[in-house]
Write a protein that binds this ligand. Structure first.
Ligand SMILES: C[S@@+](CC[C@H](N)C(=O)[O-])C[C@H]1O[C@@H](n2cnc3c(N)ncnc32)[C@H](O)[C@@H]1O
Length: 189
C-alpha cells in the first residue's frame, strides 16, 4: 500500500507495520472515523478497536462509517480521551493513535488541548503492552494556535527513556505549518 508522505500517512504506515490481526487498539480521536476504520482493517474481526471523541457529531460519523463497511469489532465512546484508563487494564493494549486537532469539516473552535492531550498520552503509555506503540499527529497554527504543540513537545521530552523511545518527525522545509508526527515505542523488557 502507498502511504502519503505526511504526518497522517506516516502514522498509518507505522501502525500497519506494528499491528497484527487480533490486536487490541485505541483511536483516541475518532473524528470522522477514518483512522478507526483503518485500525479495524488492521486488527480484523478477531481484534478490537475502541474509539473516543468528545463530539456527538464525530461519534455518529464514526459509527456510520463503520456500519457502511460492516465493521462490528469497534466500540465508539462519547468520552474525553483523558479517561481512557477507565476502560482497559495496564499493559494490555497493542497500539494507540491520537490524531489531535479539530473535527474535519466540523467546528474549528472545538479542538484538543495540551493539558488533556498530555493526560491521555500518559494514561495511554501505561496501558500499552511491552512492545506496544503509540502515534501522534500534532496540528498547530490557524484557529488552534501553538499551545497544544508546545505543551506536547515539552512533555514528550520528559518521557522516561528507560521504558520508552520517542521519535519526532517534522517536515522542516515545508511551508504552512505542516503537522508533526510522533512515534512512541514501549520497551519489550
Ligand atoms: C483531527 S480530528 C481526528 C480525525 C479522525 N481520526 C478521522 O479519522 O477523521 C480530532 C478529533 O479529536 C476530537 N477531540 C478533541 N479533543 C478531544 C478529547 N479531549 N478527547 C477525545 N476527542 C477529542 C475532536 O472532537 C476531533 O473530532
Amino acid at each position: 500500500m502507498d502511504y502519503p508522505l505526511n504526518a497522517l500517512g506516516l502514522s498509518h504506515q507505522f501502525m500497519a507495520s506494528h499491528i497484527q490481526k487480533g490486536a487490541l487498539c485505541i483511536d483516541g480521536t475518532a473524528g470522522r472515523g477514518r483512522d478507526t476504520l483503518f485500525l479495524c482493517n488492521l486488527v480484523g474481526p478477531s481484534g478490537k478497536v475502541h474509539a473516543f471523541d468528545i463530539q456527538e457529531e464525530a461519534v455518529a460519523s464514526t459509527k456510520s462509517l463503520l456500519e457502511q463497511h460492516n465493521v462490528t469489532w469497534a466500540d465508539v465512546h462519547l468520552e474525553n480521551h483523558c479517561h481512557i484508563d477507565r476502560h482497559f487494564t495496564p499493559d494490555t493494549v497493542d497500539a494507540i493513535m491520537f490524531n489531535f486537532g479539530w473535527l474535519p469539516g466540523g467546528n474549528h473552535h472545538v479542538f484538543s488541548h495540551g493539558e488533556t492531550s498530555v493526560k491521555a498520552i500518559e494514561k495511554g503509555l501505561a496501558l500499552l503492552k511491552p512492545g506496544g506503540v503509540m502515534s501522534l499527529c500534532i496540528y498547530y497554527g490557524r484557529e488552534s494556535g501553538y499551545e497544544e504543540r508546545d505543551t506536547l513537545l515539552a512533555y514528550l521530552e520528559t518521557i522516561d527513556q528507560k521504558r520508552f523511545s520517542v521519535l519526532l518527525g517534522n517536515f522542516i522545509n515545508r511551508t504552512n505549518e505542516p503537522p508533526m508526527v510522533v512515534f512512541i515505542f514501549k520497551d519489550r523488557i
